[in-house]
Design a protein around this ligand. Sequence first.
Ligand SMILES: [Cu+2]
Length: 472
Amino acid sequence: MNSRRNFLQQSLASLALSVMPTGVMAGQRIRHYQLTAEPTPHFFDDKPLATDLLLYNRQSPGPLISARKGEILDVEFVNNLDQPTTIHWHGIRNINEMDGVPDLTQASVEPGERYHYRFPVNDAGTFWYHAHNRAWEQVALGLYGPLIVRDQSETTGEHDVLIVADDWLINENEQIDATSFGNLGHWSHGGRLGNALSINGQFSPSIPIPTNGLMKLRLINTANARILTFALSGTLSDAPSSASAGELPMRVICVDGSPCEPFRTDRVTLGPAQRVDVEINDASQLQTLLETSTGKSLEAASFKPVSTAQNEYRPLKDPRPYYARPNTTNAKVVNIHMQGGAMGNLSSAMFKGEMRSLRDLAMNESKLWAFNGNIGGYDLALTEVNLGKVVVLSVWNDTAWSHTMHLHGQHFWVKSREFGKNTHHLLRDTYLMQPGEKADLTFVADNPGLWLFHCHMLEHHAAGMGGVIAVS
Ligand SMILES: [Cu+2]
């Protein structure tokens, strides 16, 4: 009846036979973690009332999972929710069956069930993990946490600072606004935006940093839909007056985990799911983390110098992208025309083999977005490619909205327009596209499996903005 679904199911079946769990090689260290997802009453620091969240290990954000490059992560997961869930390890070039996409790479983990995630981490970088079932609700309620893989040469300590940012939609009773989940207005516009910004699970926290010297900030945007822009305020030592405050320049060294050709900037913008690592020359100048996306400077966090006598920042030895920009002469080009949403040009689309008006799809199915005229989902096949092939996803954001496009299982090269007027060739797993933008996302399809390509504004994904790339 549905040939696309049959194709995916057959591919999944053959994949299950061909990809066995990766064995542990001699000397490979295994890092064990336990994660339990459960409903948890949570107190935001300045609120007198607890609000009901869904958290990993009763923490917001979920616990930091860390490993060294080349080790094995072994995570025993327990689902104590009253609904199915899975965990996706965002940015890890994972083995397909550990990628955590329900009905595509694994069956959902049902309430009361356990699931054993076990996979090697072969890239150093800043990553995160999050729920991937009803993610628009589960992630918004707190099911996410940071994941850091360090190169053997890297040190840890206060010179290496994690900034996990999220926005929460909180109502006048200081509770999570649950009535807005599924709101078609959000789904057809920019997604469900919050009204309170947390950094590392707190509003306006004070973050310990070293008293001086070179340091690194790892920024992660875990919001469902909010695009965040960060600046750092501090005292500029090279300004005429030594006490003058301003925006400190930062040096971008990694995006979405991978080292990049370093560049300097005053501000970094992160779409949902993106990560940026920046270096600051002198920690003694650093005062506050500002969020400026609304046009106003909001103080997101302050920095508190602490003495770190034995702390010494060692930059990554020989930083290079995970792989070099490939030659695209014989690449397979896949056109992806994104349409839909409010103020868009899509009047009808294919959904489950039937052409229907967008109004009908919106009102009756909560579907609003399409790739090449098809409402997307886990059963929409975008393309099949041979293992090792260079692929160019030629993506046209023909909508009135920004979208953060995420590819599972591999990172892609893109000529990024995300950092001011200078473009940068970056290796990313998530790219923030502006309305009307056309971008080529180029990757070497060297990881076999069924890989999701979708918008990481989670309401857009739920409303049709996603499809599957089969690599075999
Ligand atoms: Cu989107």
